[in-house]
Design a binder for this molecule. Structure first.
Ligand SMILES: [Zn+2]
Length: 276
């Protein structure tokens, strides 16, 4: 998988503009205690397009055009508060063919996050790329990734449950090995000590940071493009200093991870991976 989000902006048109980079951080902010990093909030709505019942998320944002993005998490529409739902639905109807086609393509990708069948050639997402599984019988178990393949050596390569469990553990080890040094690197800039870091298997969040300064990072971050995983780490480490989503928090994130707004938006495209 290329990992690039399908943007309304790929085809020309007024609604195709990218969402404004100055968009306000959305409102998962002042939730005391445990902080969650997840996709933008927004209102879920439905519309019939080309004879299909389509669900979309409507996010109100400061922008002049109606923006449409389709990614792993579905269709997201961004529009200013003053734009009526009717105007939004007219814009969606105009792009109905594109929306239905692109959603179908992403739904197909979504199924390919982890293999449905752990067999040769099955697609698996690793560091933002879709690799093909290659299974070989071997006495010693091992996993190796190259640009195109995830090669698995296993005594029982035809036992899908065993292969799935083995590769699942390997992904978690890879996640820890990749993420912990990034936590250390970011923390060295803002915190007096290295925060305790553990992996999570949460279905709803990429990462979290609690009041005790403990960081949890979702093992599925190893399936994202590394720059997006890095943004999540920077975000959680910044919470060691600011346990909120205040302006000061986002300013700190920006110093740690310049251009964070684009990464934050891109991460939204991968949110469905958490549920896959
Ligand atoms: Zn946060």
């Amino acid at each position: 998988m290329s990992g690039d989000a399908s943007e309304g902006g790929v085809s020309p048109g007024p609604q195709g503009a990218f969402p404004s980079a100055r968009e306000r951080p959305t409102d998962d902010s002042r939730r005391g205690g445990r902080e969650r990093l997840r996709g933008d909030a927004g209102q879920t709505r439905r519309i019939a397009l080309a004879g299909q019942d389509i669900e979309y998320r409507l996010v109100r944002a400061r922008r002049s055009s109606i923006g449409m993005e389709i990614g792993l998490s579905g269709l997201v529409v961004r529009a200013a508060r003053w734009v009526t739902v009717r105007a939004i639905e007219e814009a969606l109807a105009e792009r109905a063919a594109w929306i239905v086609r692109t959603l179908a393509a992403w739904q197909a990708r979504r199924r390919e996050v982890l293999p449905r069948e752990w067999k040769n050639g099955a697609p698996i997402l690793y560091r933002g790329s879709e690799l093909a599984l290659v299974l070989h019988p071997a006495r010693r178990r091992a996993v190796a990734a190259d640009l195109f393949h995830l090669t698995v050596l296993h005594p029982s390569p035809h036992d899908e449950a065993q292969v799935a469990a083995f590769v699942g553990n390997w992904l978690k080890e890879e996640a820890l090995a990749a993420l912990v040094p990034r936590v250390a690197a970011f923390a060295a800039r803002v915190a007096p000590t290295l925060p305790p870091t553990r992996l999570s298997n949460a279905r709803s969040e990429w990462g979290s940071c609690n009041h005790k300064g403990e960081i949890r990072l979702n093992w599925r971050l190893v399936q994202l493009p590394p720059s997006l995983a890095d943004y999540v780490v920077a975000h959680e480490v910044a919470h060691l200093v600011e346990m909120n989503h205040s302006r000061r928090f986002w300013a700190l994130v920006e110093t740690m991870f310049p251009g964070h707004a684009a990464a934050r938006r891109a991460l939204g495209e991968w949110t469905a991976l958490l549920e896959a």
